[in-house]
Design a protein around this ligand. Structure first.
Ligand code: SIN
Length: 484
């Protein structure tokens, strides 16, 4: 592919960066430069916020029907362009093309959902304590918003924020990951074609994420920020948000336990474990990172799971049929290696070592790996690996495994497999996580609340919960009401 030149999308215009700087976008499967993008700086992000602030009162006054129509058109256009968008996504992020198609459909589903939800922003009339009064509660858009989005879902993590923001009547400035800016700019193109008023959406990628983030956080006009990324950066944003008292949604790191009881449907558990672990090569915040399997079924579970994961072909995600692509960059590979080496030094055993990386040595590949005999002293059981490594420990008692699962500062997703209904409800109550998949390894969907507890974040995205994050509750007390 010849490298393509992109532009920033600010205030309805396609612009170069004020600094004149550019950066390269690299295909993680081949290490080739596939595109060049203007390197936005603080002046560019301020311009985007100026435009958003100018249009905000106008956009807030549009009817829900008008906003819904734009979101609906954008969702349909995304689906019409699914193939092209998926190819771009795979080129810049690496995930297999079939998964990229799935992500585009997932991304469009947020726009479609919020096209409907825009029409259901209701208020309340509350009985007053005085006969001459009325208590009215209305919901109003919070104002200008910003999204800081990650590379692992270059489309869906934008639409999961943009859908509810636009539906609620908020303008949004998007700062996508510098590793995957192309899909983000293609989404901007779709909204431009759907005649979203200029300035309501800007997409401003740049290399200096810290400076861009700081500029967003310092600007009083930005009333809400939604961030998906690391817990470290989430904590920094939370500190920065306090100066201007911004609302925040933070979807941060996970370290998901995947618990398989002896009474589980084993075939289902193996299949869902493979899907959960290998989705996006393990580079998702909800990827299972710690497997706890009942001692009585551990050997057979590990054997079946190793066969299932071992049957997945690894290669350039752009080739049809490939099921495991590269990781995002060299640092990601180094982190996975570090986790595996640490586990092996401390006594873990290898059940699957996977295929060798690409023959020409290019690309950021790490072979799918299954480890057994792991324990809590190993890095892999303490922090998110973000890679295709399955680490399996064993347990005997329910209370013991619940304690191990909760023994972490993270609380995004947890999974458990059992046929025992009473146990299912005990686990749903006692696991300290925002999302629990019971006999389900892939619970994410547009209409359900996505988000974590503890250091995995605050706020929820998706469903009726997601739009609340972009709405202020306003109480109007009306006195002097006649004829009561
Ligand atoms: C994420 O990894 O942050 C999102 C995963 C999902 O939406 O399922």
């Amino acid at each position: 592919m010849n490298e393509r030149l992109y532009r920033l999308y600010i205030g309805g215009q396609w612009l170069e960066a004020k600094s004149g700087r550019w950066f390269d976008v690299v295909n993680p499967a081949t290490e080739e430069v596939i595109a060049r993008v203007p390197d936005a700086g603080v002046a560019d992000i301020r311009l985007a916020i100026d435009d958003a602030a100018r249009i905000q009162p106008v956009w807030a006054q549009t009817t829900a029907g008008a906003r819904s129509a734009i979101l609906g058109r954008a969702a349909r256009l995304m689906i019409e362009r699914k193939e092209d968008l998926a190819r771009i996504l795979t080129l810049e992020e690496g995930k297999p093309i079939a998964e990229a198609r799935g992500e585009i459909a997932y991304a469009a589903s947020f726009l479609e959902w919020y096209a409907e939800e825009a029409k259901r922003v209701y208020g309340d009339l509350i009985p007053a304590s005085h006969p001459g009064k009325r208590i009215m509660v209305v919901r109003r858009p919070v104002g200008v918003t910003a999204a800081i989005t990650p590379w692992n879902f270059p489309a869906a993590m934008i639409t999961r924020k943009l859908g509810p923001a636009l539906a609620a009547g908020c303008a949004m400035v998007v700062k996508p990951s510098e590793l995957t800016p192309l899909t983000a700019l293609e989404i901007a193109r779709i909204f431009a074609e759907c005649e979203l008023p200029e300035g309501v959406l800007s997409v401003v990628p740049g290399m200096d994420a810290a400076a861009l983030g700081k500029a967003i956080m310092e600007d009083f006009r930005v009333r809400k920020v939604s961030f998906t990324g690391s817990t470290r950066v989430g904590k920094l944003l939370m500190r920065q948000a306090s100066d201007t008292m911004k609302r925040l949604s933070l979807e941060l790191g996970g370290h998901a336990p995947f618990i398989v009881f002896a009474d589980a449907d084993l075939e289902l558990a193996v299949e869902q474990a493979a899907l959960c672990k290998m989705r996006g090569m393990g580079e998702t915040c909800v990827s299972a990172n710690r497997f706890y399997v009942h001692r009585d079924i551990a050997d057979v579970f590990v054997q079946k799971l190793s066969e299932r994961i071992g049957s997945m072909g690894m290669g350039d995600g752009a080739s049809e049929g490939v099921q495991v692509g590269p990781l995002i960059n060299r640092d990601a590979v180094a982190k996975v290696k570090r986790h595996v080496e640490d586990a092996l030094e401390k006594g873990a055993r290898v059940s699957l070592a996977g295929d060798a990386p690409a023959a020409d040595g290019k690309g950021y590949f790490y072979p799918p790996t299954v480890l057994t005999n792991v324990d809590a002293s190993m890095l892999i059981m303490q922090e998110e690996t973000f890679g295709p490594v399955t680490a399996v420990a064993t347990f005997t008692e329910e209370s013991e495994v619940i304690a191990m699962a909760n023994e972490t500062p993270y609380g995004l997703a947890a999974y458990c497999f059992t046929r025992d209904m009473a146990r299912l409800f005990r686990l749903a109550d006692q696991l300290e996580y925002g999302i629990i998949g019971v006999n389900d390894g892939v619970p994410s969907t547009a209409q359900a609340p996505f988000g974590g507890v503890k250091e995995s974040g605050v706020g929820r995205e998706g469903g009726k919960y997601g739009i609340e994050e972009y709405l202020d509750v306003k109480y109007v007390s009306v006195g002097g009401v006649a004829n009561v």
